[in-house]
Write a protein that binds this ligand. Sequence first.
Ligand code: AHR
Length: 332
Amino acid sequence: MARRAALVLAAALLASSALTGCSTQGPAAGPSSGAGAGRGGTITLGFSQVGAESGWRTANTKSVQEAAKKAGIDLKFSDAQQKQENQIKALRTFIQQKVDVIAFSPVVESGWDTVLKEAKDAGIPVILTDRAVDTKDTSLYKTFLGSDFVKEGRSAGEWLTGAYANEPGPVNIVELQGTTGSAPANDRKAGFAEAIRGDGKFKIVASQSGDFTRAKGKEVMQAFLKSQKDIDVLYAHNDDMALGAIQAIEESGKKPGTDIKVISVDGIKDAFVAMTEGKINVVVECNPLLGDQLMELAKKVVAGENVPPRVETEEGVFPQDKAAAALPSRKY
Ligand code: AHR
């Protein structure tokens, strides 16, 4: 009986919230009543993007913008230009604007608790998109939508151990890390290290951030080529850095893919073209086309429906010999 009474009360509160446009919910307890959902049924989604650092990111932005349009969601889009402080400002603006739901792709993993608590106190649910945050309090967000970056790193390492199974070693590896402190950089590094740990012939001789950009990837690879006499393998945490590094390798008179094996992550078209040219040996896919799933989740959390704590995308591994067949159907 008590449960039934509570349900009736909750329904009444919800109805009154819809009429007045004011939240009657406790902190992040259920449906929010931000600017749109409370008035005319249109959901307003505040989305804070990392930046435009890579081909992956551009495809992700396009996917989110197109999916919002298709779903009839009012999207407030903000580009953080790879800076956490800009993202925190954007999230605070979304809170002031009383959006119905916030989604963001955190530049780095740590330092989010305060602003996420502010969103929670305002009754605005948060969806982590693509990248996770490092917090003990998982009530600060509703769900995570994206990839398993540790698995991606592991797949890269497993390809390498397979490719060199019959080689004596040592195998000298240089690593181009993503943005320092970001989830994909931390996790891809950890997954890769885990996969090669079992065989002492694999040695990471240099590892540095190229900030997920082509220009930085080239610059850091030039430095690696100067400081390291024997480089057998480049492991780049994304395609853009790999493509920048390929230019540096070619300018040094070496053949990428042959003299130095190249392993990369993402699967943008340019990387598939480079594979067909023999310049990249394997690409571990990371899917940026998260827009439709994000809109579905946004609708659900605004409606107060339960959502899984983690929604992972399915991804493949593409060695060079599969590139030509796969290239025509690449969507990003
Ligand atoms: O968070 C996903 C990563 O961010 C992609 O691998 C990279 O290209 C992007 O910048």
